[in-house]
Write a protein that binds this ligand. Sequence first.
Ligand code: SF4
Ligand code: SF4
Length: 125
Amino acid sequence: MDVILIKKTIFLQLDNLFKKKEMAIKITDDCINCEACEPECPNNAIYAPEEDWKMSDGTTVADDTEREAGSDDFFYIATDKCTECIGFHEEPQCAAVCPVDCCVPDEDHVETDDELMAKKDKLHA
Ligand code: SF4
Ligand code: SF4
């Protein structure tokens, strides 16, 4: 491996290391089912308990497949549709309006700003 290639590899690794990491939001079982968050989501990613979800709800994605509800007891977020509100708002709107602070980062779904923006563009092409 030549020196330039080694430097480029190190640079890319450092860039990835320091790139800001974002993640989808999830709703915990502290939810009191107040419904305040649901209308605030720009991607229609928030659903009521037992309600099946679809990619096409509130997006331009032509996929009407009904997917199983993420919770039978509490409001839930369809992770595939959550962009942390990137491209629409400065902060996650569900977390901003939740009276019990139960909309929290989902450590299992970490995405970069670029990935979230690409997701947003795909949902609203
Ligand atoms: S963070 Fe934004 S996009 Fe994600 S569920 Fe909450 S309101 Fe919807
Ligand atoms: S705003 Fe909070 S408490 Fe109300 S439904 Fe949404 S997640 Fe649950």
